[in-house]
Design a protein around this ligand. Structure first.
Ligand code: FE2
Length: 424
C-alpha cells in the first residue's frame, strides 16, 4: 500500500479501523490491516472523514474587503454597490491571486470540493476567464465547479442573457440566476425559465441565488420547483439562500416544502452572510436571515451549508472554515439536539456531495478516490464544538496539508502546569 492510516474512527461505524490506499484510491477498510504502507499515519482514534465540501462560495470576490471601501451599512445592496465599483478596475491577475489564496485556506481547513459562483455581468467576462484558468491550475488539489452567476440580473441590461450564454461557452459548469434582483416579478420568472432553458440545452446543472431577501412576497423558488418537475429535471437544481422562506406564512411554507421535495431540489443555506445581511430594516424584534433548515430536513429535502464569502463586500471576515459555518448554523437554526450534530456534519459533507452531483465517488469506501481528512476530534460533536483543526488533509492518496493544534499551558502556582486541550 502507498499509505496506511491506522486507528481511525469512521462515521457511523463502531470501533477503530485501518485504511489502506494505493494508486490514489481506497483499497481496504478493515479492523486490522496486515499490509504495511510505504507511509503510515496513526490517527490515534480521531475522526477520519471524507473532506468537507463548500457548495457555495464567491471566489471572484474573496479577500477584497475594504477595496475600494468597506460596507458601512452591512446590507446586501451596499455590498452589490461596492462590488460594482470594484469590477471597474479589477484585473484577471488580482482575481486569480485572491482565489488561489482562499483555496489554500479552504484546503488547510479540510475542504477539497468547491462550487464557486462567478459574476457574468461585466462585459469583459474576465471573472469567468480567471476562474476557468484557476480550475485548471488547481485540478490536482481540489474539484472546482463554476457557476455562471448574473449578479446584476439577466434582464436588467440588454447584454445580460448573451453574457450568460458566453460564460457557458467559456466553460462554466453550472447555470445560475438571480430572479429577486430583476426589476419585476415577471422578469424574475423569465430569469428562472431562461436558466432552465440554457441548462436543458447544454446539459448543465442549475444553482440559482433565489429569494435572498426578507420579503415574504418573494416566491421564485416555487417557479424553480415547477420547472424541475414539468421538465423532468428532478435532482439537477439547487436553490441557494431562500432566506425569504423564513418569513412565509406557515400554510404556504408547508405546501412549498412538499413541492421542493417532489422536485428533488437541493437547498443551500449560507449562515455567515445571511445572519448579518438579512432583515436589517426590521428594528426589533429582528427576524433571522436563514431559510427553514430544520423543517426542510425533517421533510427529507437535502440542505447543505455554504461559506458564501471570505472577506468581501458582503461579509468582512471568515477564513474558509466549513466547521465554523456549521457551528454558526447550529446556533441560528436551533440545531443543538444530540442527533442534529451528525446532521450538521452531513450538511458540510454528504449532502453537499449530492448537491454538487459528486456523490458517486465520495466517501471512505473501497474503490473511491482517496480524498479524506483526519480531524483533531473523536466525533462530529467534538469537531463542531471545538471547530477542530484538520491534522491531515489527503487528496488522491497524497498529504496536501497538515496542522498542529495550539499548545495551551495553564500555570497556576508552582509545579501545577498542565496542557489544556478543551477535551474530556
Ligand atoms: Fe451567494
Amino acid at each position: 500500500m502507498n499509505l496506511v492510516v491506522r486507528r481511525a474512527r469512521l462515521r457511523n461505524k463502531e470501533g477503530l479501523w485501518d485504511i489502506g490506499i494505493e494508486g490514489g484510491k481506497f483499497k481496504a477498510v478493515e479492523r486490522k490491516l496486515s499490509a504495511e504502507g510505504t507511509k503510515e499515519i496513526d490517527a490515534s482514534g480521531n475522526l477520519v472523514s471524507p473532506p468537507f465540501i463548500d457548495p457555495h462560495l464567491h471566489l471572484d470576490a474573496v479577500l477584497s474587503v475594504g477595496d475600494p471601501r468597506y460596507n458601512e451599512s452591512g446590507t446586501l445592496l451596499e455590498g452589490i454597490e461596492i462590488w460594482g465599483e470594484r469590477k471597474k478596475f479589477l484585473t484577471k491577475e488580482v482575481i486569480k491571486k485572491n482565489a488561489l489564496e482562499a483555496i489554500k485556506w479552504a484546503v488547510v481547513n479540510g475542504t477539497l470540493k468547491i462550487r464557486t459562483h462567478v459574476d457574468t455581468t461585466d462585459p469583459t467576462l474576465k471573472t469567468v476567464e480567471a476562474l476557468v484558468e484557476v480550475r485548471e491550475e488547481v485540478k490536482d488539489l481540489i474539484d472546482l465547479q463554476i457557476v455562471a452567476f448574473p449578479q446584476d440580473g439577466i434582464f436588467t441590461f440588454p447584454e445580460g442573457a448573451d453574457l450568460m450564454r458566453r460564460a457557458v461557452e467559456m466553460g462554466a459548469d453550472v447555470i445560475g440566476g438571480i430572479p429577486h434582483n430583476e426589476f419585476t416579478r415577471e422578469d424574475g420568472v423569465r430569469d428562472v425559465e431562461f436558466v432552465y432553458d440554457l441548462a436543458e440545452k447544454t446539459g448543465s446543472l442549475i444553482d440559482i441565488h433565489i429569494d435572498e431577501t426578507g420579503d415574504d412576497q418573494s416566491r421564485f423558488v416555487e417557479v424553480m420547483a415547477k420547472e424541475s418537475i414539468l421538465r423532468g429535471m428532478q435532482g439537477l437544481a439547487t436553490a441557494s439562500h431562500t432566506t425569504a422562506m423564513h418569513n412565509y406564512n406557515n400554510d404556504y411554507a408547508f405546501k412549498l416544502i412538499g413541492i421542493l421535495k417532489r422536485a428533488e431540489m437541493n437547498m443551500i443555506t449560507n449562515p455567515f452572510d445571511n445572519s448579518v445581511l438579512q432583515n436589517r430594516t426590521d428594528g426589533y424584534p429582528r427576524r433571522r436571515g436563514h431559510t427553514r433548515v430544520d423543517e426542510l430536513l425533517a421533510r427529507g429535502v437535502t440542505v447543505s451549508i455554504g461559506h458564501d464569502s471570505i472577506m468581501d463586500p458582503w461579509y468582512p471576515i471568515g477564513k474558509g472554515s466549513m466547521l465554523s459555518a456549521a457551528n454558526l448554523l447550529l446556533h441560528t437554526a436551533h440545531m443543538s439536539g444530540y442527533n442534529q450534530f451528525p446532521q450538521l456534519f452531513d450538511m458540510i459533507t454528504d449532502y453537499s456531495a449530492v448537491t454538487m452531483n459528486l456523490h458517486s465517488d465520495y466517501g471512505i469506501e473501497e474503490g473511491n478516490t482517496a480524498d479524506f481528512i483526519i480531524l483533531d476530534a473523536k466525533d462530529e460533536m467534538e469537531a463542531l464544538r471545538l471547530i477542530s483543526e484538520c491534522l491531515y488533509v489527503v487528496r488522491k492518496g497524497k498529504v496536501v496539508a497538515r496542522s498542529t493544534p495550539a499548545k495551551r499551558r495553564f500555570e497556576w502556582g508552582p509545579g501545577k502546569a498542565e496542557l489544556i486541550d478543551f477535551k474530556l
